[in-house]
Design a protein around this ligand. Sequence first.
Ligand code: ZN
Length: 378
Amino acid sequence: MFELLKTDPHSRARLGRLTTSRGVIDTPVFMPVGTQGSVKALDPRELLEMGTQIILGNTYHLHIRPGLDIINAAGGLHQFINWPHPILTDSGGFQVFSLAKIRKIKPHGVEFRSHLDGSLLFLGPKEAMEIQRALGSDIAMVFDDCPPHTSAPREMRAAVERTIRWAGECREQPRAAGQKVFGIVQGGSDPALREECAKQLVALDFDGYAIGGVSVGEPEPEMMKAVEVTEPFLPANKARYAMGLGTPAQLVELVARGVDMFDCVLPTRVARNGTAFTTRGTVSIKAGFNKSDFRPIEEGCECFACRHFTRAYLRHLLNVGEILGLRMVSVHNSHMFLKVMADIRAALAAGTFAEFRREFVANYIPSRKILLAREESR
Ligand SMILES: [Zn+2]
């Protein structure tokens, strides 16, 4: 399924190719997030135009609304949302542990109340795989226990043990035709727990491996450490996916740490507040200094918004609440994340990733607000 094409001699970065039944994905790859069956404010034509290769869907949210009956009747998720290209579905583990109210962890899953109407629901390895099978995603994720980063060591260990056991149960469930399944490594920032979880999951021989328990409110050094202590135990011939990360500069640094796949809600989430990502950091399009700035969001950007509209016009749209404003900032931001990954792939192919990384990270000024927004990601 995964082909390792080239490795960077100066870092852990890898150039690769992921083959699914609905298409080939060049890695490192950014996957726009379509939690509810739509990448917020963007349509499939726009996603393709900006170079999207694969999008995300979410088991928990789609299970609650519109429900499997509707998606089944439509002929699966790809048909329902009119996206005939690859889809990865998250298992719902993260949402059950972060969104849902009143959870009771049981041996075979979690009993919880819907965040929507309070109804009693149950999700475990069997259910999560059954839903993902019905959704028909190309890559399904195992159902894991994703504890907060502040959990006591004892709780973190229990979560890892549960994650390993549930991964084994997920492995045994029937899949949709051609569906691949990824394991999820937990363990917080404890190197021993990460190692143990990775080794046990690798023994179960999944199609790929995710690093979970990142993007759960931990500070950046802790997040980087969680990846660094996990990656060496993941097989080189399988794709690695860091869940829910990150800012553009973090993506470059995570690629350098051996990660191939990313998803993050930041591009579309901050767009709705009028914040745009550029290669120099974020900029508030609503800010007064853009009032009569007739340049695009970012000079040289080839997205639809930058080719057609000025900052001054987008600022006006955002200030009067016109939907086009937030749509165009969403277009630019998503395009920007995808372009960073395309540039990374080109640099890896050309053998210039070290220079690219140095320059990109030096130019990019992280904004504290954006780092905080990441904490409530997904
Ligand atoms: Zn642009």
